[in-house]
Design a protein around this ligand. Structure first.
Ligand code: BES
Ligand code: ZN
Length: 459
């Protein structure tokens, strides 16, 4: 089965492939918000139908949360699992969008055409690059070059609560020679890349409580404990003056970058100034003495993702609130243990609470960092295929984000993950005005067609 006619088919079919992606993008599958449960279901149905249209034996598979989509199609090459997620992040603040997030459009920008809409890059556009590559193989040759299992999740953006039980229950069906994951980015927006390191994640939500009700700050100010002030002190105590995190034991299991990896990363020529200027920043913050790339890929972080309490409406209200809230996440690297850090963080906060104050905890996910072995022959095969499609040779890179399923493939199924994605740094994933470059969609699809050909060849 030859590759060239498949690539030509992808080029010719691009307008229809775009229409299909637009259809999927119009479904507001926001997994974290129960109001969109039916839409998540509809996105799963849409994918099942689309897979069936290319001859895949696909079905929606129930879970206690949003459904999975699993499909199988036979082929001569190795057994490849492909993973992507059809759920998307919430869109708020809606006022910062230039258009309806679920009415996607192709826009002309100075940097080229982009597909604008929630989920265009994370992860519906990425997921469809693989489906479209398979469609082209099927159209041209009537068959796929590899045996493929499709595995689409609808809860990735909300902590994947159903994932591990589902993987355990269906382990025999999902076990494959490798797991291709399309949920990452190109390097520095230009260079094709295989991500071999991911950070882990620990999410914590806390509510600090003091008086049993909101109080007038004239009657009680100065005397009554103010939970927002207590919370502010707690948050201020989480970093020292050099940017290091102060949670006891936090750095246990954080390795120093090896000289060889440091040299490899230096060789990538990451342009931190360009990276920051893309979001109108100029000065890297963070730990003293660490390079920006090192901080994103191989150092742990602690960030406040949300904070609220008291009166935040229009006008002004002189109130001492009864409660203050924050959502705090830690990105983890190396061997850091999210459960040990959770305990240590909670203890540190509880020890700082003044008399009359209490804290309530809500846990939001805990995953370890991942590091993936590139010794398998399919890594070099995929790297060669990507290098054939793009102007630059593909690089092995790290990633500051978290994709816990990559570790689960490795640890639960013994299936090595291969992370290839075509997102760009300026895609604004999780933010207003998310976009996916038309180039990412088109060349991403062509890249997968080439990767499948290369995998068939190595057998
Ligand atoms: N696609 C992202 C992961 C990602 C982020 C890749 C940045 C490349 C660059 C994924 O959908 C995601 O956002 N994951 C969450 C996981 C979390 C909820 C456990 C993340 O990283 O915050
Ligand atoms: Zn994603």
């Amino acid at each position: 089965m030859t590759l060239d006619p498949v690539l030509a088919q992808i080029d010719a079919d691009l307008p229809d492939a775009l229409d299909r992606l637009m259809d999927l993008l119009r479904i507001p599958s926001i997994s974290t918000d129960p109001a969109f449960k039916a839409d998540c279901d509809r996105a799963a149905d849409w994918l099942v139908e689309d897979l069936k249209s290319i001859g895949v034996d696909a079905a929606k598979r129930p879970t206690p949360g949003h459904p999975m989509v699993v499909g199988h199609i036979d082929g001569p090459g190795p057994h490849v699992l492909f993973y992507g997620h059809y759920d998307v992040q919430p869109v708020d603040p809606l006022t910062l969008w230039d258009r309806d997030p679920f009415d996607p459009q192709i826009e002309d920008t100075p940097a080229g055409k982009v597909i604008r809409g929630r989920g265009s890059s994370d992860d519906k556009g990425q997921l469809m690059t693989f489906v479209e590559a398979c469609r082209a193989w099927k159209t041209v040759h009537g068959a796929l070059p590899c045996k493929i299992t499709f595995f689409f999740e609808g809860e990735e953006e909300s902590g994947s609560p159903s994932l591990v039980p589902f993987m355990k229950e269906n382990a025999d069906e999902l076990k494959s020679d490798m797991a291709l994951i399309c949920d990452t980015a190109l390097f520095d927006s230009r260079v094709p890349a295989i991500t071999t390191m991911l950070r882990g994640m620990l999410g914590e939500e806390l509510t600090i409580k003091a008086a049993s009700k909101d109080l007038h700050s004239g009657f009680f100010g100065g005397v009554a404990a103010n939970p927002i002030r207590v919370l502010s002190n707690v948050i201020a105590s989480l970093h020292d003056d050099t940017g290091r995190i102060t949670v006891p034991g936090f750095y246990d299991g954080v390795p120093e970058l090896s000289n060889s990896l440091r040299a490899q990363w230096d060789g990538l020529g990451f342009d931190a100034e360009r990276f920051l200027s893309g979001v109108d920043l100029s000065v890297p913050t963070g730990e003293e003495g660490r390079s920006p790339l090192e901080m994103i890929w191989s150092r742990p972080t602690c960030e406040v993702n949300g904070i609220w309490g008291g009166y935040t409406g229009d006008g002004f209200k002189t109130v001492i609130p009864a409660e203050a809230h924050a959502k705090i996440s830690f990105r983890l690297v190396g061997d850091q243990d999210p459960h040990v850090i959770r305990e240590s963080f909670r203890k540190m906060v509880e020890e700082q609470l003044p008399e009359d104050c209490d804290v309530e905890w809500h846990a939001h996910g805990a995953s370890k960092a991942g590091q993936f072995d590139t010794e398998y022959p399919f890594y070099e095969a995929a790297r060669g295929a990507l290098s054939d499609e793009w102007p630059d040779t593909a690089a092995y890179i790290g990633c500051g984000g978290s994709i816990p399923i990559a570790g689960h493939f490795q640890n639960l199924l013994g299936t090595p993950p291969v992370l290839i994605g075509f997102g760009k740094d300026d895609d604004q994933i999780h933010s207003p005005n998310e976009k996916y470059d038309l180039e990412s969609y088109h060349k991403g699809t062509r890249s997968w067609a080439r990767v499948l050909a290369a995998l068939q060849e190595i057998g």
